[in-house]
Design a protein around this ligand. Structure first.
Ligand SMILES: [Zn+2]
Length: 378
């Protein structure tokens, strides 16, 4: 994670980089911000920066050995502690502990703005009490007492320290007060007021404010998650939370998948009246919405091809869409049909961009789709 991969928040990034360059960085930092803020990503960007071999005045290089390891969250000098159900952490050290770091990496890389319920859902922990146990605290002390593998900073990132058991918090007080040299504690919290004052008083606070609408909008467009039209609608609704923005973007996408599904169904059953009514509706929507529907269609076809090729691991379908994709790709489509529909949609998109009549494009496309879908020889 680099500073540049976090949208906006220029003032926070500058403050951190200046502190590092002037050697004023405290050894224990508390990144606190509302849910959906960049508190975790900011801590990870800082961890990347301090160990980068070629940092600039603004960011880590992203290319050195240390940066590459950080990008995969496999840097040997960076440890992670986060809430898990008590049963997972056994006090008996002879018992092999469950590998919880791999799911942590997948989670953070896929949902860097996720919250604790997201984490619990990711692991099937719902309904279980999660915490950071005394045993986890012992692990923290043990890890930090080892020498740095690569000569840089030893870093311990604690996600949701407010879930630290009192005994765990007490266990790390001493090392928090007098950490070994070149050791950094990065705590990432939504509710710092729930932390013990003994912990709070030993950390320097870094407020990571909620995102501004403009930052969310720009990010959604730049990353191709939403069209500019959709991003303008989503940004104010997300209320500063990137997590919320992603969810809203998913819903908009799901709505389009539903529309595309209905459209394909009426083409397949050749319901002419419904096809014409849908063409009317389509022509009256704005251009961004028309383009978005085509892009959704192209995406459904791509996913269908992956499904038919049994490359499920490459698919990006949301759980709500996967039932449709599965039956559409396996029961209705063939490879040949997918290719023909893909070409037809691509051509229609091209004409739409060049301002041809949306009504004609859509009617034409509906008829071509019907011909392809109903052809038993393809
Ligand atoms: Zn680097």
């Amino acid at each position: 994670m680099l500073f540049s991969s976090i949208p906006g928040l220029r003032e926070t990034k500058e403050k951190l980089v200046t502190a590092i360059r002037n050697n004023h960085l405290a050894h224990a930092l508390l990144f606190h911000g509302p849910e959906g803020s960049a508190n975790l990503t900011m801590a990870l960007a800082l961890a990347t920066y301090v160990n980068c071999q070629n940092p600039t005045d603004e960011d880590a290089c992203g290319a050195c050995d240390s940066c590459l390891k950080m990008a995969k969250l496999i840097h040997p000098d960076v440890g992670y502690t986060f809430p898990v159900p008590g049963v997972l952490i056994s006090d008996d050290e002879t018992k092999k502990s469950v590998d919880i770091l791999s799911p942590w990496r997948t989670f953070v890389l896929n949902q860097p703005y996720g919250n604790l319920p997201d984490w619990n859902y990711h692991n099937g922990f719902e309904g279980k009490q999660v915490s950071i146990s005394k045993n986890a605290a012992r692990q923290i002390i043990k890890t930090l007492s080892l020498k740095s593998f690569e000569g840089g900073y030893k870093i311990m990132l604690i996600w949701f320290p407010e879930f630290m058991h009192v005994s765990a918090a007490n266990a790390i007080l001493k090392i928090l007060e007098e950490p070994p040299e070149r050791t950094l504690f990065l705590m990432v919290s939504n509710q710092p007021d729930k932390l013990l004052t003994t912990i709070l008083s030993r950390t320097q606070k870094v407020l990571v404010r909620a995102f501004r609408d403009e930052e969310i909008k720009e990010h959604l467009i730049k990353t191709g998650i939403s069209t500019s039209e959709a991003a303008s609608q989503i940004a104010p609704l997300a209320d500063g939370s990137m997590r919320e923005a992603y969810q809203l973007a998913d819903q908009v996408e799901d709505e389009n998948t539903g529309k595309f599904r209905d459209w394909m169904r009426i083409c397949f059953t050749l319901e002419i009246n419904a096809m014409l009514a849908m063409s009317e509706e389509f022509a009256s929507s704005d251009k961004e919405a028309q383009k978005a529907l085509f892009l959704t269609g192209l995406n459904v076809l791509r996913e269908s091809l992956l499904k038919r090729s049994q490359l499920d691991n490459l698919m990006r379908t949301s759980p709500s869409d996967s039932a449709f994709i599965e039956s559409f790709s396996l029961k209705v489509l063939t490879e040949e049909k997918i290719i023909r529909l893909y070409d037809a949609l691509n051509t229609a998109y091209y004409h739409l961009e060049r301002n041809a009549s949306a009504k004609i494009i859509f009617t034409d496309l509906s008829l071509s789709a019907a011909r392809v879908l109903r052809n038993k020889n393809l």
